[in-house]
Design a protein around this ligand. Sequence first.
Ligand code: MEV
Length: 309
Amino acid sequence: MADETGSAGATGSARANGKVILLGEHAVVYGVPALAAGIDRGARASASAAPQPELVIDGRPAEGPEVWQAFTALSNELAAPTLRVTADLEVPPGSGLGASAALGVAIARAVLSAMGKPAPAESVLAAANAWERVFHGNPSGIDTTAAFYGSCFKFKRGHAPEFVELVAPLRLAVVKAGPPASTKTMVEGVAKLRERRPDLVDKTLEAIQSLVQNAALCLPAGDLVGLGKLMDYNQMLLSGLFLSTPEIERACGIARERGALGAKLTGAGGGGSVIAIAEDPEAIVAAWQEAGLTAFVASCAGVADEDNP
Ligand code: MEV
C-alpha cells in the first residue's frame, strides 16, 4: 500500500555542495554581482515517511525554534507530508562555507525524492531559500545556488547564475579562522553602516563590482595570479566594512607568506573561514596546520550539478 509519500516506504536520499565566495560577499546583498564556487564538501540528507515530523542533524535531534521554523517553511514550500529527515554536514556550521544552504538544498532534494517527485532548480531553491530566510533574514540566494549547482558562477541577486568555464578544477586552501559568526548579524552590521555612511559603503560596493568583473575574466583564462591579486583587494575592502578580524588577517598573512597568490575571508566574515588561491594549496594548508589551525583543500569541478549526483 502506498504511504503518504506516494510510494510504499519510499526513502529519498540526496546531497548538496558547500560553497566559497571567491569575491563579492555582502556586496551581492545590494545587487552587485559576486563570484562563487560550489565545493566538494557540503551536506547529505535522507527523508522517509513518519507518523511525527523528525529532524536529526549530525546524529542529534534538531533543537531550538529556529531550525524547526526553517524545516516547517521548507516542508510547506514543497507541500510535503510528515517525514523523518536525517542530515549530515561535511563542512563546519557558521564557517562561511554555506553549511545551512547545503542542508536546505540536500533536505529539499531528499524530501522531493521521498515524495517520488522530480527535484528541479525552481522547487528545490524555493524550498531551500525559505529555510535560509529563517536563519539569515535577507539572503541574496548565492549560497543556495552554489549548494544546488556546485560549479563556479557569477551571481546577481534575482537573476539566473552565469556559469564560468574553468580551464581546470579550481583548488583552494580553506582554513577556519575564528569562531562561527552569525551571517544575519554581519549582514545587519553592513546595513547599519550604510545607513550612517552611505557614501563610504556605496563607493566600496562600486569598487567590489569592478574587482568581480575582472575576476570573472581571470577564471576562464586560468589566470590565478590575477585572481589572487583581486582577492587581496577584496579583502582590504571587506576590512573597511569592519568584516575582518585579527584571526582572519593572521590567516591571510600566513597564507601570503607561504606563497599564496591571494587570500581573503569568505562568506559573512567576523570569524568563519579564509580561502587562499595558490599554485600549491597543500603548502598553504600545511602552513596553517603548523600554526595550529584547522585547514583543508576544497575543490570545485566547474561543472553544473543539476542532476544531484
Ligand atoms: C553569505 O555566505 C554571503 C553574504 O553575502 C550574505 C548573502 O549573500 O546572503 C554575506
